[in-house]
Write a protein that binds this ligand. Structure first.
Ligand SMILES: Cc1ncc(COP(=O)(O)O)c(C=O)c1O
Length: 403
């Protein structure tokens, strides 16, 4: 079906299945073929010059770096899901973090960064931006409208990540966006946890939305990819130009793989969310666990904000263990006894994962006071009963190993 013929109130599953493809332009094949390529040929000089003047979202293709049918289809779907004017896909989620920052900030500018941000985002602020004369102040993710007190005359951007992908504080996004809008400060959010299916930041006043497509959108732990979606034209142009000037690129194979993942995003996300909540509740009931950090649990301090702004959760959450006299031995025995939770970074794939993290070392604005180990779980598509049994067995093995 031509996407223009979709009912205006078509549900998200329908849009995921029926947009961003054009079978009859490809001999009826359901999916768009993969267009690998650098050079695009022009029949005439007029055609070449017209292509250079055209809007790269819809005009003739120019060069592989600037766009392919596969990157364009993915970008059009991403922009429509978020309600933005356009998207830019890049080769990783981290590139999707750095590009809008570099598109927005110049020497002498000041950035406000949430203290709950993804580790490499923090590194960018602490090790890379200072070399360009850009200063970062980390702020307490729970500040809300009080962030205004931290805004300086040279504050150019406020960066949010909600919930933080390690510590799961939910931010008051509309309150921060209102302050930023009034003061003319650009807002950028890493929305990887919720995806546009469960939180649409542009509707809450955010200017630029980041997605690590490596996670839920692709959904199989087999590619790296990222995207930025812009609320307005000027922001989209700035981000697109910055990505091009720095040579950022999204491979057409990866774009097609991601698009394939997105066709089933709604059903996968529902399963991730339901299973994660079941696992989180099981952990909450265990004596070894000090607290569970999952915004959909009523025990979470930001549960009210979560219920106000989000339409659902995903499969990533954390728990803090009670301190153990043989901390590392206990942790090692626990992690190495798990059979279904792999130990490794990233998330959003079909398989369950766990990592432990020392948050205390990195926080600057909102100190982390828990003494026990923080374990972050990515709950995959396995039967949640098996996952809970796996955790039960690992707790028992860790207790035996450290008795
Ligand atoms: C919240 C968040 N943003 C961005 C990224 C970066 O994504 P990628 O691994 O594709 O570079 C990650 C990766 O774990 C992440 O957790």
């Amino acid at each position: 079906m031509d996407p223009r013929n979709l009912p205006p109130d078509a549900g998200v599953g329908t849009r995921l299945a029926h947009t961003a493809r054009d079978p009859h332009a490809h001999h009826g094949f359901v999916n768009t073929p993969i267009h690998r390529g650098s050079t695009v040929l022009f029949p005439t000089l007029d055609a070449l010059e017209a292509a250079l003047r055209a809007d790269s979202r819809v005009g003739p293709y120019i060069y592989g770096l600037i766009g392919t049918p596969n990157s364009r289809e993915l970008e059009s779907l991403l922009a429509s899901l978020d309600g933005g004017v356009g998207a830019v896909v890049v080769e990783s989620g981290l590139a999707a973090v750095s590009v809008p920052l570099l598109a927005t900030l110049s020497t002498g500018d000041h950035l406000l960064m949430t203290d709950s941000c993804y580790g490499p985002t923090r590194h960018l602020c602490q090790a890379v931006l200072p070399r360009m004369g850009i200063e970062t102040t980390f702020y307490d993710p729970r500040l809300g409208a009080a962030i205004e007190a931290l805004v300086r005359p040279n504050t150019r951007a406020i960066f949010l990540e909600s919930p933080g992908s390690l510590t799961f504080e939910v931010q008051d996004v509309p309150a921060i966006a209102r302050v930023a809008g009034r003061l003319g400060v650009t807002t950028i959010i890493d929305n990887t946890w919720a995806t546009p299916l469960h939180f649409r930041p542009i509707e809450h006043g955010i200017d630029l939305v980041i997605h690590a497509l490596t996670k839920y959108q692709s959904g199989n732990s087999d590619i790296m990819l990222g995207a930025i979606v812009a609320r307005d034209e000027a922001d989209w142009k700035r981000v697109k130009a910055t990505a091009e000037h720095h040579g950022h690129y999204a491979h057409p194979d990866d774009c097609a793989t991601c698009l394939r993942g997105m066709r089933s995003l709604e059903v996968r996300l529902a399963r991730h969310a339901a299973s994660a909540l079941a696992v989180a509740r099981a952990l909450e009931a265990r004596a070894e666990v000090a607290r569970v950090l999952h915004p959909a649990l009523s025990s979470h301090p930001d549960h009210a904000l979560f219920r106000r702004d989000f339409s659902g959760a995903s499969g990533l959450f954390a728990c803090v263990l009670k301190p153990h006299p043989r901390g590392r031995d206990y942790l090692k025995a626990f992690l190495e006894s798990l059979r279904l939770f792999g130990m490794g970074f990233s998330w959003g794939g079909f398989e369950s994962l766990v990592v432990s993290s020392d948050v205390r070392a990195s926080r600057v604005a909102a100190p982390w006071t828990d003494e026990g180990a923080l374990l972050r779980f990515q709950v995959g598509l396995e039967d949640p009963r098996d996952l809970i049994s796996d955790l039960d067995a690992a707790f028992a093995a860790a207790a035996r190993a450290t008795a």
